[in-house]
Design a protein around this ligand. Structure first.
Ligand code: CO
Length: 145
């Protein structure tokens, strides 16, 4: 396993609209993407760019708001009513190679690889196996970086 680019940090929020106002007005974010629903994951999502080199963007902030009662982040918001840091996402060149590598060293993959918010394959690893951090692994989008 070779550490890949930190693609995004997931931040759970009870209100994407309120969080957008915070990142814009307090943190000075200027590149805020349009929020969209991701029903397959039970979340509403909004990406905010941090600056990168040249004209590219750096690591993104992924705001996630529960979508429906069955949302996987419903209990997180119940425990953290103001929201909070939820996961970190690293890029890999091949999702299935990465899955096999993590499983070979006993790390628990949560569910099967699936299409994530960037339209490429992702999976999550159990935080208890990952130094306390819910970790998302994402295949690098084609043509990115
Ligand atoms: Co994510």
């Amino acid at each position: 396993m070779k550490l890949g680019r930190l693609n995004h940090i997931g931040v759970a929020t009870p209100s994407i609209e309120a969080s957008i106002a915070y990142y814009r007005d307090v943190m000075g974010a200027t590149k805020i993407h349009a929020p969209f629903d991701l029903p397959s994951q039970g979340v509403k999502v909004c990406f905010i760019d941090t600056p990168g080199e040249n004209e590219t963007h750096g690591t993104q902030i992924e705001l996630i708001e529960p979508l429906g009662e069955g949302s996987p982040i419903h209990s997180f918001i119940a425990k953290n009513p103001h929201g909070g840091q939820h996961h970190m996402c690293y890029e890999v060149p091949d999702i299935f190679v990465a899955k096999a590598e993590f499983e070979a060293i006993g790390k628990r993959v949560l569910g099967e690889p699936r299409i994530g918010a960037h339209g490429t394959m992702i999976f999550f690893l159990h935080p208890k196996d990952m130094n306390g951090v819910l970790t998302e692994i994402m295949e690098t989008p084609k043509g990115a970086h």
